[in-house]
Design a protein. Structure first.
Length: 97
């Protein structure tokens, strides 16, 4: 597991082993990162997951910026509505409009 000092938010980078980019390798790495960050007990959690052939980056997004209740989507009428999270690439300064 690798942490990037410049990133002042929860994150982790997992370096892929010899198995490289396989379904089992990605699943194993994801589960290791998820446990490393202690994300099992978190509710309303979004994640940014970037997968490359040699590494995987995971950063949790812990607070939605909006709860959608107006659109006809599954869950909109439940509790607070459907949580909407900021696009994870905003971490890199990329904004999608």
């Amino acid at each position: 597991m690798v942490l990037v000092d410049e990133f002042k938010f929860p994150h982790v980078v997992y370096q892929m082993g010899r198995e490289g980019l396989t379904a089992d390798g990605v699943k194993y790495g994801y589960n290791k990162m998820f446990d490393f960050l202690g994300l099992k007990e978190k509710l309303h959690l979004g994640i940014t997951l970037i997968v490359s052939p040699k590494w995987i980056f995971l950063a949790p997004i812990e607070r939605p910026y909006h709860f959608e209740t107006q659109k006809l989507i599954p869950g909109a009428t439940l509790e607070e509505g459907v949580p909407v999270f900021l696009d994870g690439f905003a971490y890199a300064g990329i904004i999608n409009l």
